[in-house]
Design a protein. Sequence first.
Length: 522
Amino acid sequence: MLRILILIVLILPWFSWSQAADIDKEYFSVAYVKLPSHPILNENERTYNVSSTIDETVGNLISETAISNDIQIQGFRREEVAPKVHVKLNLSSFLIDPQSFSIDSKLIEVKDDDGNVVRSYYVYRYLFSYKVRGGYMVENPFELKMENNLDRVEKYASDYFNSKQEAYAHYDVNKEEIKEEILYNFVEYVSYRIDDIINSAFGYRPYKTNAYLWILDSRNNPLTEPQKTEFSKVKAIMSGINHEAPIEETREALSPIVEAFEQMANQIEGDSRRERKVKFACLYNCAILSYYMDIPSQAIKYAEMIFPLKYSDTDAEELINTASDLDKILAANMVDSRRMVVPIDEKFNEVEVEEVSSFAYLVTVENDTLIANMNYQDLAMVGAEAKVYLPDENGNLKLNIFNAADLKELVFDENNIYVQKEFISYKNNPRAKSPEKYLVRKEFETEELSMYAFLDDEVVFFIKDEEVGYSNRSYKFLMGFKNELKKFTGSCSKVNELIDKNYYKNNTASLRSFIEDVVYCE
């Protein structure tokens, strides 16, 4: 019966309406194998080895086995004799400059609820400079030039202590452990960088992440329920799929859904920005589903249909580029799908963590770049902190929890880019008196006005040149919603009129429509 109602809606002619056209990102699981750019087509020749040359200053602190265990090519066997891919790593020196050692102080002020300073004191930390020299070379059958020096010259900064004497004493007692920590961080950086490079070129990496469709979230829009119904099917189909699932079954299940979204798009005859927005969402969904069915030509076809709408050409171009890349890499690997069984090296499989599914790139406040493993299911918890996996001194992955204040940026994939922002989160700490630093996901960014999502259902606005954001869960937003929205509209009277008519709602989809309307003043 429900299917009949959906079809009735689809055959009704689209009319120009005044209902809202709020669209929201609805996420679903995807799983496939990341294919190599330079595949070794003969499976029997997929062999590799890792060898290390380590200086004595390094070897006293970390073992060669711990270094080489971090580097593996997925889908390959490790063979010490005549491997097709041979990774040669060298760590040539590790030096600490004793003359650079110094003590740094910071003033701490304790304030009352009114912002008055009631107590102040100094804390101290020690700093020193160090240099680690290393590099790598990868011998490969394609004669690709894969070598680089990875020297690091940095300044180490300790935690803060209550006195200078305590800072000095801490260094004296822990200097060997500090050296090990520095070296492990460097080896982690080198190993993960090499691992990513060689797997991108040659490896077959099982991958699981989230993708999204644009789904209507406007109660009175005639296409809202049909779109939500189709998305529910997508979510159910993709939730149980892994990288080994036959692509034919996925194509058979998703093809009717693609047709349904295309039919919805064809019913929209008007040319208002809201109508073009809904049509864009339908065609975008067709392109995305085609992409994950591994039919790049069909994805390109739907993406090209977006251009005449003159709505989000950037998304259309990105879809075309992504689908074109998929078409090329499928051809290079002589396969028609990214779904396949990836052989596991039973002889050498020491660093296998099944629940960790992908890389994440972290930029710390000290501007260090870390390449970590991350469970995509943990993305939902990124906010006050982020959970990632980094190798310990034995090369085994270990859980690390970073506070948001310690990270500038976390990049999981193109759909999940988190940046550090400062605001009062009324979801995380509703009694907070002053703003705190959190990781928020990019949703909509312009020079004048930007929008971010915190833990999915808290929206944060930022105005140009203002360092502290505005939460849609604040008391002012909840009690004076219309007045708060008008703080962001500038000179756009059209949007102010819609605010007075109660057009916008305090949810993610409607607020995204609001910020787009302000930027385009429509």
